[in-house]
Design a protein around this ligand. Sequence first.
Ligand SMILES: Cc1cc2nc3c(=O)[nH]c(=O)nc-3n(C[C@H](O)[C@H](O)[C@H](O)COP(=O)(O)OP(=O)(O)OC[C@H]3O[C@@H](n4cnc5c(N)ncnc54)[C@H](O)[C@@H]3O)c2cc1C
Length: 496
Amino acid sequence: MARSNHVIVVGTGLAGLTATYELLQKKVSVTLLEKTNQFGGNSIKASSGINGVKTYQQTTLHNINDDSIDSFINDSIKSAKSLANKDLINILASNSKNAVDWLSKDLKIELNYVAQLGGHSHPRTHRGSNLPPGFAIISALKKYLENFDSINSNHNLNILKNSKVIELIKESNSNLNTNTNTNKIIGLKYLDLNSNKINSIYGPVILATGGFSADFDSEDSLLKQYRKDLLSLPSTNSAQTTGDGQKLALKVGAKLIHMDQVQIHPTGFIDIQDPLNKWKILAAEALRGVGGLLFNTQGDRFGNELLTRDKVTESIFKNFEQIGINQETDKKVLIILNESSYNKMKMNFDFYIKRGLLFKSSIRELNKQLGFSKENNKILKNLIQVNKYINGIEEDEFGRTVFSDEPFDLSQELDSSIYYGYLTPVVHFTMGGIKIDSNARVLTEDSNNHEVVLKGLYAIGEVSGGVHGANRLGGSSLLECVVFGKVAARSVSEYI
Ligand SMILES: Cc1cc2nc3c(=O)[nH]c(=O)nc-3n(C[C@H](O)[C@H](O)[C@H](O)COP(=O)(O)OP(=O)(O)OC[C@H]3O[C@@H](n4cnc5c(N)ncnc54)[C@H](O)[C@@H]3O)c2cc1C
């Protein structure tokens, strides 16, 4: 039976953990379910950071004072295109400072670096110097929740790992006078993967089950249903990202929105020892933010690397066509970086180098690997040209205005050192999902086809749709998890 003052949260990514944290602060008891045996979902992999405007880090540490909430809203609307939902974007941007403050002040996570990612008009994506942002954030929340002292609190936290939610329980009430049928969600059923038993628990439910960027093969695959054309691409997501929440919600009548809007990230690393592996490690957008340049395998740049992800991806596919690349195995581009970029992202570079994804070598060695003739100096020539943009001598032919802080050291000509790796576009993020209102409540239709709230059900993070429209800006997903995690906690605690 339903316990009073009790909420069920499904998923231990950043959205679920934020909602859980907030509910505990509000003295609400929480049952937190996770289908795998560990915390973190895709959130733990986040490598570029979280957006925030007018934060202490942005203004005081980096002296960036000309950014504003309006400017962030404009960038987000532009990126979301005709699918922009201004109400949701407004909530996202207006709460970004609070979100970063919460992480850095309350949870004491260092987020002192601020980078400018594609589609942003200002540097506003925060990360730390020692740990990747997703790992740092999830670790801090996990520590807090695992140490939460239920015994000395008058509310409790029950964490159930290896517990896969398989059904939402709906209560239906027909009102013959008004000819309406009101539904509400009163709990869920989950499969305990340890005992193989199905159990039920009762209470309002917050779905925080993530996206569907790894849902290639399941019987009811959402990628097959909505984006068949993407099935041959690799993915950056972990295998558990199979759209469970969207499927569960659909079965109880929730509306889904923008399900065909799937973000193809332009830069997944190709491991040259295992080039066809379906699961790729992301080349963080921050690599381009700190100066990374994209080249085709003929040694030419082909676009502004700091446009939004959809545009960079489009330019890569267009360039494949232009230079006649059709074979799946040949679909790769190069990222080239210099020492000054290395100094800004040492931790990430060292990780990629250790994994055999990024290499430090001379331009000559790279030319050899690309099969260039001895006379082919294209890469060197193009880097000399880029140095002119970095030094402000000429304007970039593709319109890029932000490069690495320092130029490439090309004093050794072909023997000069660079960092490089091979990249390919990857399925990365699903903008579509469960339709929500500005209180993170799930929307459905009543028997008169009017859009109404499906009581007792909330959706936050990547499982929800509509916040990012047609394209998500880098750094806005972690932000969405925090902002709407808090919104849902407030909203559900008013409901119970
Ligand atoms: C490699 C990579 C790098 C990224 N970098 C960034 C970045 O720098 N900045 C940024 O803003 N965004 C980034 N993103 C996107 C961002 O990390 C995710 O979109 C976001 O963290 C999603 O969080 P979430 O809490 O909604 O879902 P997730 O973190 O994916 O968590 C969902 C959880 O729900 C669980 N679950 C699913 N179904 C069930 C079920 N039926 N029962 C029980 N549990 C279930 C899953 O196992 C999982 O643990 C990145 C994504 C990837 C893959």
